[in-house]
Ligand binder design. Structure first.
Ligand SMILES: [Zn+2]
Length: 305
């Protein structure tokens, strides 16, 4: 029987509900010179944000901060208990050199075993399990350690059946990521390529979609990269082209300045209160919205069958 693995335990896929597929609630870089705006370290602010999310109709959040980004499973569990929002925590690593201390001296299989343990047994000694896997690449390249991580994540995927959700830097290297994961035997249905809306190039999106993987349109509200009007247009076009089931929506609000809980904005209500009505104006049906916000997350996050 399929389950979805949350920080409060396994739930039935039907219980997941309206989901944001790539967010951050608590986590930050270990690097001393890291941008303070990226330091999400307030449980109170996260609680506020999740209350707003619930008020807007949200029910589940995929938290994409892994072990090399100060992931805190106990905090996530408390947040979920306090707000009733389902939270799925991630195993794996972010892009770049943050993972180096965790992977440089290990073999691919050793890393794969550690990631598998986090999904099947728990993170550290918390007993709280991760529910999906993450790997990431740098701008226009996949470094040797990043490749090692992609292979390890692929092997852990094959062992556990969990989803792989990736980070692309500015949307680059999506096809190379797919190829790498496919070379390790991962099926396209278990791959979500993140941040593809950082590169709104129609042929590029078609090429990714034609591989059978899911595309993350997970930068909603980030007008500095592309205006939401273009994201909305691409989304509508993808649905018309028959790729609606291969789009996963989120906002990736990883900065204090993104959150009302820290006095910034637009916060966790943005997609539900602004983007969904906008999509309806553009002609999307209730069934389309259900597909984007409920059915696709449920399918992607389900483990086992
Ligand atoms: Zn992210």
């Amino acid at each position: 029987m399929a389950i979805i693995r949350t920080v409060r335990g396994d739930i039935s896929p039907e219980a997941l509900g309206v989901t944001y597929m790539h967010e951050h609630l608590f986590g930050y870089s270990f690097k001393p010179d890291a941008d303070m705006d990226l330091r999400l370290d307030s449980e109170a602010a996260a609680t506020t944000e999740l209350h707003h999310f619930r008020m807007a109709g949200g029910q589940a959040v995929v938290e994409m901060s892994p072990g090399d980004y100060n992931r805190s499973p106990l905090v996530l569990k408390r947040l979920s208990e306090a707000t009733g929002v389902h939270i799925v925590s991630v195993s794996g690593f972010i892009k770049g050199s943050s993972a180096d201390p965790f992977v440089t001296d290990k073999s691919i299989n050793q890393i794969a075993d550690e990631l598998t343990y986090e999904i099947t047994e728990g993170i550290g000694d918390t007993g709280i399990k991760a529910g999906l896997l993450k790997a990431g690449s740098s701008l226009d390249k996949i470094t040797p350690n990043e490749e090692k991580i992609f292979r390890a994540v692929a092997r852990a995927q094959r062992e556990t059946g969990a989803l792989i959700s990736t980070h692309t830097e500015a949307g680059t290297m999506a096809l190379e990521q797919v190829e790498l994961l496919r070379s390790e035997g991962v099926t396209p249905e278990r791959i979500l390529i993140g941040h593809t809306d950082r590169r709104l190039d129609w042929d590029y999106h078609l090429a990714i979609a034609n591989k059978g993987v899911t595309l993350g349109y997970d930068q909603f509200s980030k007008e500095k990269y592309f205006p939401d009007s273009q994201r909305v247009d691409f989304l509508v076009r993808m649905i018309k082209a028959g790729f609606g089931k291969q789009i996963a929506i989120s906002g990736d609000l990883a900065r204090r300045s993104d959150w009302t809980g820290y006095g910034g904005g637009p916060g966790y209500t943005f997609i539900l209160w602004r983007i969904i009505p906008w999509l309806r104006k553009k002609g999307l049906t209730t069934a389309d919205i259900q597909m984007l916000m409920v059915d696709t997350p449920r399918r992607l996050l389900s483990i086992g069958d």
